[in-house]
Design a protein. Sequence first.
Length: 115
Amino acid sequence: VQLQASGGGLVQAGGSLRLSCAASGRIYRIADMGWYRQAPGKQRELVAVITSGDSTNYADSAKGRFTISRDRAKTRVYLQMNSLKPEDTAVYHCNYKTPVGLDYWGQGTQVTVSS
């Protein structure tokens, strides 16, 4: 599975960005997709995940501000980020988890929020 993420950039605090991730290769009908982020000097952390059944789970820091969604073909996942804060600055990585638990990662897209 190959993952291509896009949509990062520089935005002022309070602004919005929409991340997109496209999966290609061996696509499973049942797979979870999600977004994680890693800030400098910190561990990678979950931002949001959407299951094959379209259930969603968010980190507390993302609740109420971020929305994860996917297309009907379940090959693309999106992360709409509103009310961005400087602490949201990080490299955002797309994740694809196969039914047997294998994880695939995209190359990451930089999100920088200025105060």
